[in-house]
Write a new protein. Structure first.
Length: 332
């Protein structure tokens, strides 16, 4: 057996996740095993298996043309630091209890250094009508080469400062810029902090006025783009008792920051009116009003009948006029 890809030594923070990858070729296709030896001088090498360390260890292997194996460890702790060894062998007797393998296991090693995650204090303040987001790292941290501020997948600001404090200023109201912001310390390993700009729901109607035909299904939609997401959605009609999902002809579907009310077999008498959608999260409640108008199925026929009537009246007038008009005199 021989390695075509060996695991690489890495640095990680506590609570992070790490992956080590190994690939080997041989005839027959070699088996790959993972072994670990900690930093304690008295600790001996031990084999790792899928589900080890309270199910924090996962090993995925494929044996097709050649052998590939990836070990991943979640929620790292300081005890996960040490030497990880990828072993490969094509010898049929490699796992025989009474026979020693003719060809020894080949080995490739990588060291994992798990560093204690520094504590980052995040703050949000309003200064002169602007939002000031701040991250402060407790204690020194070596190797900082700059900072980034990220919102979603967009980088908002970057610098090359080596300090343990960084800030970002947002123009506008808090309600317009709610969400999760990340302060990133560019180092090895990278350290990230999180600043939450949290506000009550900002509920809006997808359409303030909806139209539906009698007998069809009506759909009313409300949404909220604010953070944190809405926990509870409540629908009601004309200020009456809240609508219960599944009662009568009502079906309510809600997921995070969007809710939808479906009304089956619309009725002009029963369903026309104003509907209220209210969203609630840990910071408050907000709502919107939607107006539903239900039209008769014959509503689209009336314009056509009106046009036909106009044409008939016009043809009748022309016909009567032609009948009553005197014939032209014939010249001698």
């Amino acid at each position: 057996a021989g390695f075509i890809k060996s695991p690489l030594s890495q640095k990680r923070l506590t609570q992070d996740r790490v992956e080590l990858h190994c690939e080997a070729v041989g005839n027959p296709i070699p088996e790959i095993q993972w072994w670990f030896e900690g930093n304690d001088p008295n600790e001996t090498s031990a084999q790792l298996w899928d589900g080890a360390r309270q199910d924090r260890v996962q090993i995925n292997a494929t044996y097709n043309l050649h052998s590939t194996s990836t070990i991943s460890i979640a929620n790292l702790t300081a005890d996960d630091s040490g030497m990880y060894e990828c072993r490969a062998s094509s010898d049929p007797d490699r796992n025989h209890l009474s026979k020693s393998p003719k060809v020894k296991w080949i080995r490739s090693q990588a060291n994992l250094f798990v560093i204690q995650r520094p504590d980052i204090k995040a703050q949000v303040a309003t200064v002169a009508g602007k939002l000031l987001l701040t991250c402060n790292m407790s204690g020194p941290y070596s190797g900082i080469e700059g900072h980034e501020w990220v919102h979603g997948n967009k980088v908002l600001q970057t610098d090359t400062d080596s300090g343990t404090s960084t800030s970002y200023t947002i123009e506008g109201k808090m309600e317009e810029h709610s969400g999760v912001y990340e302060c990133v310390y560019k180092a090895n390993p990278v350290v990230k902090g999180q600043v939450n700009v949290s506000v009550p729901p900002q509920v809006t109607a997808y359409k303030k006025s909806e139209h539906g035909n009698e007998g069809d299904t009506g759909v009313l939609t409300c949404k909220s783009a604010s953070f944190p997401p809405v926990v509870t959605w409540v629908w009601s009609k004309n200020g009456q008792e809240p609508i219960v999902n599944g009662s009568g002809r009502y079906i309510i579907k809600s997921s995070g920051n969007k809710t939808e009310l479906r009304i089956l077999k619309l009725s002009i008498e029963e369903d026309t009116g104003d509907y209220h959608c209210n969203g609630t999260n840990a910071y408050g409640t907000s709502g919107a009003v939607l107006n539903l108008r239900v039209r008769s199925r014959l509503a689209a026929l009336w314009p056509f009948l009106g046009i036909v009537a106009e044409v008939l009246v016009l043809v009748t007038i022309i016909f009567i006029y032609e009948k009553r008009r005197k014939p032209d005199e014939v010249l001698d």
